[in-house]
Write a protein that binds this ligand. Structure first.
Ligand SMILES: [Zn+2]
Length: 148
């Protein structure tokens, strides 16, 4: 009865109605695949504290964004805090959805070329393509080539 409030993903702010409560240690956000049994999702999480935890634990999980075994874990409906970092993540999660890459496995390598393409797509979406970059101008007569 204590879990009436809808949970939002601490990472992307997406709804977690489909996540069974209590949140399992292996649960992850359907939107951004962030682990949910994490400090960042917990009511005891407090950015202002040195160990970022209000609960008096002997072993505070160091990885605030990775699934932990903490017994004190209690998901907070206010876990989603908008800051630059999470906004960027959210945008990226949205992009991932746009590009349909969510069918990948657990191992997602940060492909630079994909990120670059995503950024271009983002700029196009936001109409930031005011300046045209012509970096691919082919040079028919390359200099510096010693002709005999
Ligand atoms: Zn998420």
């Amino acid at each position: 009865m204590s879990n009436d409030e809808p949970l939002l993903c601490w990472n992307c702010g997406g709804g977690l109605e489909s996540i069974p409560v209590p949140v399992s240690r292996t649960a992850y956000c359907p939107g951004c695949r962030a682990d949910l049994h994490v400090c960042r999702m917990c009511k005891e999480f407090d950015k202002k504290l040195a160990d970022q935890c209000r609960a008096e634990l002997e072993d505070v999980p160091h990885e605030k964004q990775r699934a932990n075994f903490c017994d004190y874990f209690s998901p907070s409906p206010n876990a989603y805090v908008v800051d630059d970092d999470s906004q960027a993540r959210a945008a990226r999660a949205e992009l991932d959805a746009l590009f349909g890459v969510e069918s990948g496995g657990a191992g997602q390598a940060p492909g630079e070329s994909k990120a670059d393409a995503a950024r271009r797509e983002l700029e196009a979406l936001f109409g930031m393509d005011g300046e045209e970059k012509k970096t691919l101008t082919p040079d028919p007569s390359p200099r510096g080539r010693g002709e005999k």
